[in-house]
Design a protein around this ligand. Structure first.
Ligand code: DSN
Length: 405
């Protein structure tokens, strides 16, 4: 037993479990995995080295591991309807790096959405290796709408002729126009990479359009809306499969984390069930209901609302920064992250916004009719920043609701 061998870590795990249960967990990139996913993650598969791919390994003893990885690959292919799946990337950033290794050389041009506009570090942002080692050009959202303008993306692509174009990101509240990006990529001869880390579960559950058939390469983490363990996958068409596999191994990684691969397989199995479709649609319904309730309370939402699982609030009109607001909300039992908003005049470590999402609270059992109450708590907590007794009172109400579920 862990508690006998290492009581300190056992107690910390217990404390984190209690903390997670007592909070309304609204970090848009997090979720609550099933007991089955946890069990696979904590299995003896962690003991095994298996560089290579099923049937082609550099270590003996792969009789079982090959079957595990093949199941994960087959389930990913079936769930997303793709020719090929690589389930070995250790997480989202390594998955995206594998794409660079597969299709670019240092100094080549890559195009992605800039981080402060909702993109990801690995889509070419300056402090990332992807922005330092490649010629990265970045597109923004429009100031008046808060959404990507494909005409601007097209002009930039025609001027810069990137070899790879990324679409997707970390703070995009609206539907990604995969066919629109695909037509720009085709025009400039770029490989379109759809990073669907945030929305993979929505795509799998039919609650967001799929990039399949538009983007020949798709990267995703497995632990956000997809509700699996911390890991990643790269899904491709037949043409791009070999380059991606070689880039992941031996290009970038050594032995895959087989316990994670097994847990990904479990999550993919769960995501193929009818209940998961209902889950994905409820995630979106919750986010939309929350957005409406926040708008009614005078909050300023980037793009005016949401089509997916996340809401990005610009707190400028509430005269509070994102960081103190996020701290107050945490004290009030609502966990989320401070976040830059497009054209943010403040610094990334003290930005103007907060980002919130509904994947974990939907798993927990919350439904759209409860979102006005969540919006009320958010409103009250932000107004009560610095007032510990008021924040504690909200935390008690949050706890009462969570206990009643
Ligand atoms: N850290 C992830 C997120 O919160 O969106 C992106 O990598």
């Amino acid at each position: 037993m862990l508690s006998d061998v290492d009581p300190e870590i056992a107690a910390l795990i217990q404390a984190e479990s209690a903390r997670q249960s007592s909070k309304l967990r609204m970090i848009a990139s997090e979720n609550d995995v099933s007991a089955a996913v946890l069990e696979a993650t904590g299995s003896v598969l962690t003991n095994k080295y298996s560089e290579g791919y099923p049937g082609k390994r550099y270590y003996e003893g792969q009789q079982v591991i090959d079957q595990v990885e093949q199941l994960a690959v087959d389930r990913a292919r079936a769930l997303f309807g793709v020719d090929h799946a690589n389930v070995q990337p250790l997480s989202g950033a390594p998955a995206n790096l594998a794409v660079y290794l597969a299709f670019l050389s240092p100094g080549d041009t890559v195009m992605g959405m800039s981080l402060p506009m909702g993109g990801h570090l690995t889509h070419g942002w300056s402090v990332s290796a992807t922005g330092r080692w490649f010629h990265a050009v970045q597109y923004d959202v429009r100031k008046d709408t808060g959404v990507v303008d494909l005409d601007e993306v097209r002009s930039l692509a025609l001027a810069e002729r990137p070899k790879v174009i990324f679409c997707g990101g970390t703070a995009i509240p609206r539907t990604i126009d995969f066919p629109g990006f695909a037509s720009i990529a085709a025009e400039v001869g770029a490989v379109l990479v759809a990073d669907i880390a945030h929305i993979a579960g929505l795509v799998a559950g039919g609650a967001h359009p799929s990039p399949v058939g538009h983007a020949p390469v798709i990267t995703t983490t497995t632990h956000k809306t997809l509700r699996g363990p911390r890991g990643a996958m790269i899904l491709t068409d037949a043409e791009h499969a070999k380059a991606v596999d070689r880039a992941v191994f031996p290009g970038l990684q050594g032995g895959p984390h087989n316990h994670t691969t097994a847990a990904i397989a479990v999550a993919l199995h769960e995501a193929a069930q009818p209940e998961f479709r209902e889950y994905a649609h409820t995630v979106v319904a919750n986010a939309k209901a929350l957005a409406v309730a926040l708008l009614e309370r005078g909050f300023d939402l980037v793009s005016g609302g949401t089509d997916n699982h996340l809401v990005l609030i610009d707190l400028t009109s509430k005269a509070i920064g994102g960081k103190p607001a996020a701290r107050a909300l945490d004290q009030a039992g609502i966990e989320l992250n401070y976040n830059a908003v497009p054209f943010d005049p403040r610094k990334p470590f003290d930005p103007s916004g907060i980002r919130l999402g509904t994947p974990a609270i939907t798993t927990r059992g919350l439904r759209p009719d409860q979102m006005p109450l969540v919006a009320e708590w958010i409103d009250r907590a932000i107004a009560a920043a610095g007032n510990a007794p008021a924040l504690d009172r909200i935390a008690a109400e949050v706890s009462d609701l969570l206990t009643s579920l």
